[in-house]
Write a protein that binds this ligand. Structure first.
Ligand code: CP
Length: 327
């Protein structure tokens, strides 16, 4: 199915084949920058919730491809403050842009936007629900660290650790990993376990899911440790939050005896759950993971703005066609 004009609201909108096209194109764009590919196109970034990586890497990705960006990172400075509905805001931004990237605290807000907009809408995170572009960059990072993800030669054992209840990145990533040869381990404090619908989805696709609440044991039992932040802003009880926060932390000492090839990922921001002494170990890969947001988001923008074939082959830009004619 062609990507051109498609919304990316949920990871469920992307098949295994789609994910592979995105990863291969990201690899190409990382190796061969395309400074004119999106010249003349405008991206709107509507961030109703805070963000550093998602918003700035989307904006950087667009600008590095020759496009431009309008938008806001604080909706209190927009007419939403005067009571304008999300649907009307989307109708307006749709008139000004070629693609909309949106983050919103309400689950389902990106789906609503996609039903109102005629231009493609990309979900940059909606409540505790989905964060599909984070998943694409997580998969890209995993495929660079472990090529077996794509060739399927051996199962990859992935441990999700932390707030698996409210953490939207683990929900999206679990869904995507079920398309590949993986074994999943869930490590969550009591009350923050992975919702059963995600476990059932994995099991329905033949993926084994194990559970172990002991972080130290899990560290020794996986190839990838995907840590997540406790989502304080979604926690109903602040006392319970502070109690759990104190008991859930990874430091360099805890990594002694881990598999040599263990790789630690985290969507960031980290708060308390990974001590800074882990950053210096060979296991830490979360900063390069965040940097991978640029080529992956470039790939997504290029695909949905119609600059590639459905198989992910880049179409020639007008400037390149002109060069060919004069050569
Ligand atoms: N990983 C992620 O979504 O980071 P930001 O909240 O900074 O965008």
């Amino acid at each position: 199915m062609s990507f051109s004009g498609r919304h990316i609201v949920s990871i469920k909108d992307l098949s295994r084949e789609d994910l592979i096209v995105i990863l291969r194109l990201a690899q190409q764009l990382e190796a061969e920058p395309q400074p004119d590919l999106l010249a003349g196109t405008v991206m709107g970034t509507l961030f109703f919730e805070p963000s550093t990586r998602t918003r700035l890497s989307f904006e950087s990705a667009m600008q590095k491809l020759g496009g431009s960006v309008i938008g806001f990172s604080d909706s209190s400075n927009t007419s939403a403050k005067k009571g304008e509905t999300l649907a009307d805001t989307i109708r307006m931004v749709n008139a000004y842009t070629d693609v909309i990237v949106m983050r919103h605290p309400q689950e389902g807000a990106a789906r609503l936007a996609s039903e109102v907009a005629t231009c493609p809408v990309i979900n940059g995170g909606d409540g505790a629900n989905q964060h599909p572009t984070q998943t694409c960059l997580d998969l890209y990072t995993i495929s660079k660290l472990f090529p077996q993800l794509l060739d399927g030669s051996a199962p990859l054992r992935v441990c999700f650790a932390g707030d698996l209840r409210y953490g939207r990145t683990v929900h999206s990533l679990l869904n995507a990993l079920t398309h590949f040869h993986t074994e999943l381990l869930c490590c969550a404090p009591r009350g923050l376990e992975m919702p059963s619908r995600y476990i059932e989805l994995a099991e329905s696709r033949g993926i084994r899911v194990e559970h172990n609440a002991d972080l130290q044991e899990c560290v020794h039992d996986c190839d990838i440790l995907y840590m997540t932040r406790l989502q304080e802003e979604r926690f109903p009880d602040p006392v319970e939050f502070h109690h759990i926060k104190a008991s859930y932390r990874l430091d360099a000492q805890a990594l002694e005896g881990a598999r040599d090839h263990l790789r630690i990922l985290h969507p960031l921001p980290r708060v308390n759950e990974i001590a800074t002494d882990v950053d210096m170990t060979k296991h830490a890969h979360y900063f390069e993971q965040a940097a991978n947001g640029i080529p992956v988001r470039q790939a997504l923008l290029s695909l949905i703005l119609g600059k590639c074939t459905p198989e992910g082959t880049l179409l020639k830009t007008t400037a390149e066609k002109g060069k060919g004619a004069s050569a």
